[in-house]
Design a protein around this ligand. Structure first.
Ligand code: SF4
Ligand code: MG
Length: 319
């Protein structure tokens, strides 16, 4: 199957070795328009850094292409225009809301700043946004500290949607919420993505969650994407030993089941400052071979319907 890449992000974040510590190094990710892509990995794998680099919220070198334009090289004005098309939903919903503003004021402010709605139409638009995320109109008069975690995250999502973005990056948007609320918010994302045909990067440590929400999944380990492919392929036929260990450690019952910890692999992930030589996963890998201790695995290659970077798959074509 050949896709037409009408809009894609290609991200190649590289730093000169030895100088600065890079959370992400040599990761490549393409997201097609209208598609939800999940980015999974343990904490510290560089998922958030990659997400933030896509919006230029964190310094990065390399290339981030949106609709053909390199976001990292945009001037201030086109960067502002880009941020109207691409929005982020954060992990901690309360911290991302200004406590002084009522919910309705916060949403109205976004509409005013981006000149999206005529003044007299703002209250109606605010009510519609609240409705979209499943909140009553009366929430317009509430302040963030009076809201539950789930309600706060709904407001965070409404604020992201206010600019009618094409692309949303959601960074662990349910990790801070109670178990009982997580599934509700995930189902809200699922509905919004389908109804609005949003392009989405959904960052999570939970493979079950991204399998449920996303059409494609990328797996990150120590700043690199080690496997990438259709969500079902990653979930049912994982190729990379790290992905396999994530899948094996999952409870058998699928979504919704609330929060799970990632598997207890042998040992902790090493610090990005102290990356093991060869394959960075080799100290924890059950399939480790001599070559893995010295030589980095080949760059990510197609294996079946997915692509992976691992010495176990040497003879496959380049992805
Ligand atoms: Fe394991 Fe070697 Fe593959 Fe790394 S390259 S995941 S150590 S088999
Ligand atoms: Mg993170």
């Amino acid at each position: 199957v050949r896709y037409t890449l009408s809009r894609s992000f290609a991200d190649l974040l590289r730093r000169k070795p030895g100088r600065e510590l890079a959370a992400v190094d040599g990761a490549h990710l393409a997201i097609r328009k209208g598609e939800a892509v999940g980015l999974v990995g343990e904490s510290g794998s560089g998922k958030s850094s990659l997400g933030r680099a896509l919006l230029r919220l964190t310094p990065a070198t390399g290339e981030v292409r949106f609709d053909g334009t390199d976001v990292l090289r945009q001037d201030r004005r086109s960067l502002l225009a880009y941020r109207k098309r691409a929005q982020m939903v954060f992990q901690d919903p309360l911290a991302s809301l200004n406590p002084r503003f009522k919910v309705g004021e916060a949403l109205a402010e976004v509409l005013r700043v981006h000149r999206l709605t005529r003044r007299e139409e703002i209250p109606g638009r605010v009510a519609a946004l609240l409705d979209t995320v499943g909140l009553d109109t009366e929430f317009a008069d509430r302040r963030p500290r009076g809201l539950s975690g789930g309600q706060c995250q709904r407001v965070g999502i409404a604020r992201a949607l206010a600019v009618e973005p094409e692309f949303i990056i959601a960074d662990e948007p349910v990790s801070a919420l109670d178990l009982s609320i997580q599934a509700q918010i995930l189902n809200l994302f699922l509905r919004l993505q389908r109804e609005m045909q949003l392009t989405m990067l959904f960052i999570s440590h939970d493979l079950g969650v991204v399998h449920h929400l996303c059409q494609r999944v990328a797996v990150m380990y120590l700043g690199r994407i080690v496997e990438e492919g259709p969500a079902d392929e990653i979930f049912y036929h994982p190729k990379h030993p790290y992905t396999q260990s994530l899948v094996e450690a999952m409870p058998r019952v699928e979504f919704p089941k609330g929060r799970r910890e990632l598997p207890r692999l042998e040992g902790e992930p090493p610090s990005p400052a102290d990356k093991p030589p060869g394959c960075a996963f080799h100290p924890r890998c059950p399939h480790v071979m001599d070559a893995c201790r010295q030589d980095p695995p080949p760059s990510i290659r197609r294996v079946g319907a997915a692509a992976t970077a691992c010495h176990l798959y040497p003879e496959t074509e380049k992805a």
